[in-house]
Design a protein around this ligand. Structure first.
Ligand SMILES: [Zn+2]
Ligand SMILES: [Zn+2]
Length: 182
């Protein structure tokens, strides 16, 4: 399974948007990793803990099941969102969730580029039991249920089969209202 490596992105964003403050002697101050297949409640999170993988005392985790078949911008905006939390905690040494520092940095990053937009809440789909939308793959016809339409989501099965596990535009899901189709 080919997931986008997160560390090069982290170093990039650290240079561009955090003045290099999230590394010390080019080593990240925070561990950055993909989740296992089970993290389905949120697209990503930042946390601090006494004993996280070896020398790190905090980590950023991105949800593999929610993000792996979304376009790159979704991964970038989620990573950057969590990096703002890490920056507030480790560099500013403040406890503030989505407060004024978060908003200021988010707005600065959003207006500095047009590749991705950070939002306060991660707006990615979480599969649920009574769907509002069916997402249909044009390639294999697979239908999956979603609560929200998500622009740019691709068919997991076809990306795996035909595109080496990477997001591909030819597997873009098409949406149909679940209410009309029942
Ligand atoms: Zn947040
Ligand atoms: Zn498909």
């Amino acid at each position: 399974m080919a997931l986008i490596p997160l560390l090069p992105l982290f170093h990039n964003f650290n240079r561009e948007y955090f003045n290099g403050t999230l590394t010390s002697a080019s080593k990240p101050l925070v561990a950055v990793r993909w989740s296992d297949g089970k993290l389905r409640k949120t697209a990503g999170f930042y946390r601090r803990g006494p004993k996280l993988n070896g020398c790190y005392k905090s980590e950023i985790v991105l949800s593999k099941p929610l993000l792996e078949f979304l376009p790159r911008e979704a991964i970038e905006s989620t990573l950057c969102h969590e990096m703002i939390h890490a920056w507030i905690d480790l560099v500013l040494r403040l406890q503030e969730g989505h407060g004024p520092n978060f908003h200021r940095r988010m707005i600065a990053i959003n207006s500095a580029q047009d590749q991705f937009q950070i939002t306060v809440r991660h707006k990615f789909p979480v599969p649920i039991s009574s769907p509002k939308w069916w997402a249909i793959c044009p390639a294999c016809g697979l239908r999956s249920s979603y609560q929200r339409m998500v622009k740019g989501a691709a068919c997991r099965k076809c990306c795996n089969l035909h595109h080496g596990g990477k997001w591909h535009a030819s597997c873009l899901l098409q949406y149909e209202s679940a209410k009309e189709s029942i």
